[in-house]
Design a protein. Structure first.
Length: 320
């Protein structure tokens, strides 16, 4: 049997094919007339259309979910850093404008990453990955220098409730150069960052009603200032009445020498808190002594020997 002839195409199908042919012919005519500049001209028209696309205001951009650590002082500081880049508008289809905006935001020390999502017709979702500060840095006289994150990257100083490290002159230079956005190379700062992170993430969760860490003292780093009986790292924590209590803590977290396990130090502090709730009446102690911790508490009972010798919890005068 022979196949039957197919029915003729509908008028609508014919019109669609005519439109396609016209478009192709028009494009080929452009190529013939303009030669090699055809693609360039078409690209310029696309860019012009992008620049003329609906503009999106940037001053209403906020955080989809504000991090819990971003308290009011830090939020104000971050907002101040971002405001120069979020005070205008950009065309929603202009890739060059969005690229410049991304580069500008990444120049802000607080910003670790930037993401965009277009929501047509007139919205852009902006997602920011922020650097979380873990430590404040002050010079030997207490003057504020900067904050640092977990990589020791320097951030603008903000007066907030972060533990602090002081660059006391006994431990080296009493100050350091500050370049916001750069990584700090000062060994005392880097060691203090490791201790602050260990305290926050590993130590404090093991201690019931753990006192607030207020200072990490790395003055004796490398035991170059005090004899080995004194730790390389000491910490100051807040007593119930707000006064500081100084504790011997350990070596730096990246030390090649043996360290006291974090769980052991936490157990010592739990025992101290059971005997002295909220550290009432104490000024100093040592968390490294799992068995003799009570002997190192200060003030001591009458007639009790001072295991530290002449040191009463405050740094001795520098050697002459």
């Amino acid at each position: 049997m022979t196949e039957r002839n197919q029915p003729n195409a509908s008028p609508a199908t014919t019109r669609r094919w005519v439109v396609r042919v016209v478009v192709v012919v028009a494009f080929l005519a452009t190529v013939v007339v303009q030669g090699p500049r055809a693609v360039e001209i078409l690209g310029q028209r696309v860019e012009q259309a992008a620049r003329n696309s609906p503009r999106v205001a940037l001053d209403a951009v906020g955080f989809a979910a504000q991090p819990e650590w971003l308290d009011r002082p830090l939020l104000l500081a971050v907002s101040l850093g971002l405001s120069p880049w979020l005070g205008s508008s950009v065309p929603i289809l202009d890739d060059d404008a969005l690229r410049r905006l991304r580069e500008g935001l990444l120049s802000v020390p607080w910003v670790a990453g930037v993401g965009f999502e277009r929501v047509f017709p007139d919205k852009i979702k902006l997602s920011l990955a922020l650097r979380r500060p873990v430590l404040a840095v002050r010079d030997g006289e207490g003057k504020p220098l900067c904050l640092v994150d977990q990589q020791a990257r320097m951030l603008p100083f903000v007066d907030t409730r972060l533990p602090v490290v002081h660059l006391y002159r006994e431990g080296g230079r009493p100050t350091m150069p500050v370049a916001l956005g750069a990584v700090c190379e000062e060994p005392r700062v880097r060691a203090a960052v490791g201790i602050a992170l260990e305290w926050r993430d590993e130590f404090a969760p093991l201690v019931k009603d753990c006192p607030e860490l207020v200072e990490v003292d790395t003055t004796n780093l490398g035991e170059r200032w005090l004899p080995p009986i004194h730790p390389e790292v000491r910490v100051k924590v807040a007593r119930g009445d707000g006064q500081p209590v100084l504790f011997g803590y350990d070596r730096p977290v990246d030390s090649a020498r043996m360290r006291v396990p974090t769980a052991t130090k936490a157990q010592v502090l739990n025992q101290i808190l059971q005997r002295h709730p909220k550290l009432a009446g104490l000024v100093a102690g040592d968390l490294r002594m799992s068995r003799r911790w009570a002997d190192y508490l200060q003030p001591r009972a009458a007639g009790q020997r001072d295991p530290f010798g002449p040191w009463n919890g405050e740094p001795p005068p520098p050697p002459k």
